[in-house]
Design a protein around this ligand. Structure first.
Ligand code: EPZ
Length: 417
């Protein structure tokens, strides 16, 4: 099992290039199930979840080849299986994104129920309710959900909770349904808009993506397309924090600052000085970090996927900050590991109270989920001494070569087998 070994104290400087967004590439790859023609997706991040999604598509009959580093060429000429097996779904909940397109394309889908994960129960009841509204019959037994529908028919679906992959699944199910589908209280995330753009290029008729109401006119078939995946806003935010926490001078390129407005505002509230360009951001040194409260909310609010990274930063800010996690019920696992590094954090339900500025000392810490791992790496960059982050397969799911990017910016970090 790989580990990362970090010796803290280096100020980051130089440049890091942001990869494509994992959470856009995953639904985009699932969307290739919707057409027998070839779809070329570029700016794909080479992370473990993408490789898992490729394996899943392969099981379903999709020929998907990676090429020239960051592109995937996928052709679902014929669906040869309708089942997303447990051993794949258990490693990646985003496999549930195969449900909508598989049902729309072949009328049948059998997907292992994803089960919970470290950060929460993460049910898919809203996905299933939406598919039933579109006319599917749903059966959940033996740990699988089975969905069948001769042909899906358009409907009005109101999400009683905002769900990112729920919105994406319903969009992909509705594009081939008979008639019009209206999604209300839809997710506004940029990854939803990116998927709508890909589907539109494939011939779908979608309006309102990026707003709470998305209207989809079903069509009889979709054709191939070429699409570039948007930059990963969470990776970009993570490197903004890396620059800030080490008081470095770090330029982040190939990103989209418009997807990070609230995160940038919050970091500036905390005293971080950030220069903004069209596709680049630069953290400048000399910030005197001040505590600033944060509440995670659906987009465009402060992203829950940035909460763990922000908590690491607040250990280095003067004053007491209050971090409220509204999206997931158990997303503070990083706090117990940060405490072992000397942080002063008190958890009270959905709220974490962080005292700062505290001296962190290196320790052997264990990653529990993707963004918690990032938070521990960030703390290691500023801690005195050596930090060993264990179980970094969590990190590899969503960050492409994070240690190489940090090394190139001057961090003393290496991967040890
Ligand atoms: C997506 O997960 C992201 N994953 C997550 O990123 C991200 O944290 C999350 O959205 C919130 O922004 C991908 O896009 C692949 P939700 P998703 O459905 O879609 C509840 C990362 O770090 N809910 O928006 O699974 C759910 O329990 C990952 O890259 C239901 O109750 O999240 C949660 O409390 C982690 N029933 C809330 O809604 C449902 O049917 C938001 O979940 C669906 C969701």
């Amino acid at each position: 099992m790989d580990k990362l070994r970090i010796t803290g104290g280096r100020k980051l400087q130089g440049q890091v290039r942001i990869s494509g967004a994992k959470n856009s590439a995953l639904p985009a790859m699932a969307a290739t199930l919707l057409t027998p023609e070839e779809v070329l997706l570029t700016n794909i991040p080479l992370v473990a979840d993408i490789r898992t999604m490729r394996r899943l598509l392969g099981e379903l009959g999709v020929k998907a080849e990676f090429e020239d580093g960051h592109a995937v060429r996928a052709t679902a000429e014929k669906i040869t299986s309708n089942e997303a097996p447990y051993d794949l779904v258990k490693t990646m909940r985003a496999s549930v994104l195969a449900l909508g397109p598989l049902l729309a394309r072949s009328g049948k889908a059998r997907v292992s129920l994803p089960g919970g994960c470290a950060i929460g129960a993460r049910p898919i009841n809203l996905h299933l309710k939406g598919l039933e509204k579109l006319g599917a019959t749903i059966r959940t037994e033996y740990g699988y959900v089975e969905a069948e529908a001769e042909r899906l028919t358009g409907a009005r679906i109101v999400f009683d909770k905002i769900t990112v992959t729920g919105t994406e699944n319903m969009m992909m199910a509705a594009v081939l349904a008979k008639g019009t589908t209206v999604l209300e209280n839809a997710a506004l995330e940029p990854e939803v808009t990116d998927l709508a753009e890909l589907l539109t290029k494939m011939g779908a008729k979608i309006s309102g993506a990026g707003s709470p109401t998305i209207t989809i006119e079903g069509v009889s078939s979709l054709h191939g397309a070429t699409h570039a995946i948007i930059p990963d806003r969470i990776e970009a935010g993570t490197f903004l924090v890396a620059g800030a926490i080490t008081d470095g001078d770090l330029e982040i390129t190939a990103c989209n600052p418009e997807h990070l407005t609230v995160v940038i505002d919050k970091l500036e509230d905390a005293g971080v000085s950030i220069e903004k360009g069209k596709d680049r951001l630069r953290v400048k040194p000399g910030s005197n970090l001040q505590a600033s409260d944060v509440i995670t909310k659906e987009y465009p609010g402060f992203a829950t996927d940035m909460q763990a990274q922000y908590m690491a930063l607040m250990t280095q800010a003067n004053g007491i900050s209050l971090i409220t996690e509204n999206i997931f019920e158990n997303r503070f696992m990083h706090a117990s590991e940060l405490l072992r590094m000397g942080a002063h954090i008190r958890i009270d339900g959905a709220r974490a109270i962080v005292g700062g500025k505290t001296r962190l000392t290196g320790a052997t810490v264990i990653a529990s989920d993707l963004r918690a791992s990032a938070s521990l790496v960030l703390a290691g960059l500023v801690a005195d001494g050596v930090t060993i982050v264990d179980r970094i397969y969590h990190l590899d799911r969503g960050y492409e070569k994070i240690e190489e990017k940090l090394q190139s910016a001057g961090a003393d970090i290496e991967r040890v087998k």
